[in-house]
Design a protein around this ligand. Sequence first.
Ligand code: TXD
Length: 308
Amino acid sequence: MKNKVSIIGAGMTGSTSAHWLAEREIADLVLVDVVEGMPQGKALDLLEAMPVIGKDVMVVGSNDYAATAGSDIVVITAGLPRKPGMSRDDLLFANAEIVKIAAEESIKYSPNAILMMLTNPLDAMAQVAMKVTQLPALRVVGQAGILDSARMRAFVALELGVSVENIHCYVLGGHGDEMVPLTRASNVAGIPLEDTMPADRLAAIVDRTRKGGGEIVSLLKTGSAYYAPAVAIAQMVEAILKDKHLIVPASAYLQGEYGLKGIFFGVPVQLGRTGVEKVIEYSLTDTEMAALQKSAAGVAENITKLNL
Ligand code: TXD
């Protein structure tokens, strides 16, 4: 039987996630949005691309959650994106309302689905979704860390002139400007990242990584990044559907790991068919731990504002 993945919110990240997923031919796809005709139009366009790339993927668009019934994974991208000058946290209340409905309706039709969150502010929205659906923690996961780490990898590749495939970077923490690029755990073909370039160049890369989302928002002016966030979603969906036990940085519900309890936060997780199989704990230095705590305080503030 074929896998089914539904994407709620058929805007830039939603439709681009469908695109990357269709190319992988790992699931039939459903796009849902509140805008009439738009998910139907995008789904039909994508379906009509399948003969050219030789992939047998069914793509359906709808304004009705009934179309999502029986999904293995529901990806939630519904919500407002940032405008120039806005922080991710400025989206908090409006997006919490949207995510609440999206999560409830999705689980009503797919009670066994894994929820994958993308809507910002990411960590808080994952918590909203878990709360309203009462799903176990392992079935709710948020995408941010693959994207933030990919940005850092891209910047290191540009700096060193080395293939992106050789570069391994790990960005942890909340998906905000206080995220924590773990330079000590990052490497270039096994060589510690810190040994590959002068400290000031590395500091500049860390800073650009932290502000990577804002850099794109200020260039685009009418929305936020979508190619890289969407391909990160595709990687996570594939890891789950193929039961790969893939370790990636992602937003997971912490229950004491890293000294944090009761919040979604960006940490290395192992993804498999049941969802978040485990949270991996690095042993961190005091400085790294302090940076994580600072980032966690920002996430906790949003949780308090939402009364979660
Ligand atoms: O790494 C990450 N986590 C992120 C998060 C990376 C990129 C984008 N990130 C956030 O995802 C962004 O800040 C937004 O909160 C969401 C969606 O971003 P996107 O760029 O896809 O925004 P769009 O293009 O505006 O698409 C959002 C769609 C749009 O078509 C709306 O009509 C739809 O969401 N929408 C809804 N769909 C279903 N149900 C409801 N209630 C609804 N409300 C809006």
